[in-house]
Design a protein around this ligand. Structure first.
Ligand SMILES: [Zn+2]
Length: 209
């Protein structure tokens, strides 16, 4: 009885253990066997090789990923550094030039008043941005439709103007004929007005009359 139980127990132990069959020769082998007892077939060869390969690929990709990430991070850092440097430079440049450089003379309180009989008085305050040997004012009058009625050269002029000198302008412009101007354009030239070309004007402003 006892022997039978032992035998049965052994059988089941054997069964549970001998549950692997060789893929090459068909021999029964222990479940945990790595080599076939009969022919020496190695079960794990394929798996091992595959695992090894996968391991290498994983490591490789991990390395590549790591490198890519490091590269991205360092690239990001470089861009950030460049931006910070540019920002600092902008602040330095900004503080070096506290006021925007004025490139032209400035006229404030500019006004044109009708004095009757086609005469107009022009007044204003000129602030030169630099020294000028000569400045001259030209006024062009326009009607409602925007057509030129008349052009008054030499409304005002002055020699040897110093930078930041406050210059009071008082001049006279004339309109021939019966037309009444609705607006005027005031030009400042740094050389004598020779004719029709006002594109060299260093200052111009439109005034509604
Ligand atoms: Zn075998």
């Amino acid at each position: 009885m006892n022997r039978l139980i032992t035998c049965e127990k052994n059988y089941f132990e054997r069964r549970s253990k001998m549950s692997k069959f060789c893929l090459k020769c068909g021999a029964e082998n222990k479940d945990e066997a790595q080599f076939c007892e009969k022919c020496g077939y190695e079960w794990n060869t394929q798996t091992k090789a595959q695992n090894h390969k996968n391991g290498i690929i994983d490591k490789l990709f991990y390395k590549i990923d790591k490198k890519t990430m490091q590269r991205r991070v360092s690239k990001g850092k470089t861009i950030l550094m460049i931006m910070i440097i540019l920002f600092i430079l902008l602040i330095i440049i900004g503080s070096m030039s506290p006021s925007t450089p004025q490139t032209n003379p400035k006229i404030t309180d500019l006004s044109i008043q009708s004095e009757g009989y086609g005469a107009y008085s022009v007044s204003g305050t000129l602030t030169p941005d630099k020294d000028y040997d000569y400045l001259e004012m030209v006024v062009v009058f326009y009607d409602d439709s925007g057509a030129v009625i008349d052009k008054s050269p030499l409304v005002w002029n002055m020699n040897d103007i110093q930078k930041d000198q406050i210059v009071k302008i008082n001049g006279n412009a004339y309109v021939n004929g019966d037309s009444t101007p609705s607006k005027a354009e005031v030009y400042i030239l740094d050389s004598a007005f020779g004719g029709n070309d006002l594109s060299d004007a260093i200052y111009n402003q439109t005034i509604t009359i």
